[in-house]
Ligand binder design. Structure first.
Ligand SMILES: C[S@@+](CC[C@H](N)C(=O)[O-])C[C@H]1O[C@@H](n2cnc3c(N)ncnc32)[C@H](O)[C@@H]1O
Length: 218
């Protein structure tokens, strides 16, 4: 599907898919949204220092970049699934690293690192990208955090089904959690049915709420 580069309200890029009438991020700000949902309420909320993250939808690589730039004393193994990678023509144009004042090489390395390999991007950040859908994902590992960044339920309903959210639950460690920008009632109800403890948190700019869903220690 054709993707078009757009500018969001905080000056950061996102992508627009005309056929779906859907953007990769909030138009109120890609960086602002990702920082709020995945970094502040995800990475920084987890008390552990060695963290296993699973991202559903690598896309532009923004969540991976922000995670790498906000590690502080943490180290992260970052597994990211992306069945439809963006082209080098597109990722070379993305302006995230300019706005975040980080170097372009690191951002490009996130994109052009090998698939299906554990690639050390920095000393404390290991990336394992998998070119597959979450529905076909399997692993002997479990995760501390899931960055659930699929397209919205109206556009990609299968990703918010009981089956998929149940699979997320299975792949989390006890006391692990999922974070997502979405705060729809139906998604909260499905998460609860799966067994999650669901928290509604303040949303990123332009949105009232977001969700963090915890897998309680059993
Ligand atoms: C809302 S975008 C967000 C992407 C990314 N996190 C970012 O910040 O750019 C959703 C992403 O999920 C990917 N995707 C679509 N179907 C998927 C599936 N079944 N499993 C995993 N990822 C999927 C899309 O290709 C797209 O890159």
């Amino acid at each position: 599907m054709k993707k078009e580069l757009i500018l969001t309200n905080d000056g950061s890029h996102s992508l627009f898919i005309k056929k779906l009438n859907e953007t990769y991020h909030s138009i109120h700000g890609s960086i602002a949204e990702a920082n709020h949902v995945f970094i502040r309420n995800g990475l920084q909320f987890h008390p552990k220092l060695n963290i296993n993250i699973l991202e559903i939808g690598f896309g532009t690589g923004l969540n991976a970049l922000l995670t790498l730039l906000n590690l502080k004393q943490k180290s992260v193994n970052y597994t990211s699934l992306e069945p439809f990678p963006i082209s080098d023509k597109i990722y070379n144009k993305l302006n995230f690293h300019n706005l975040l004042k980080s170097n372009k090489e690191t951002f490009i390395k996130l994109h052009n690192s090998d698939w299906d390999e554990n690639v050390p991007i920095t000393e404390n950040f290991i990336l394992n990208k998998l070119k597959k859908k979450f529905q076909y994902f399997n692993s002997s590992e479990k995760f501390d955090i899931i960055y659930f960044d699929a397209f919205a339920p109206e556009k990609q309903s299968e990703m918010w089904s009981m089956e998929v959210l149940n699979k997320c639950y299975y792949f989390l460690k006890p006391n692990g959690f999922l974070v997502t920008y979405c705060a729809k009632g139906v998604v909260k109800r499905t998460l609860k049915e799966v067994g999650f403890i669901v928290e509604s948190l303040d949303g990123p700019p332009g949105k009232r709420e977001m969700i963090r869903a915890l897998k309680k220690e059993s």
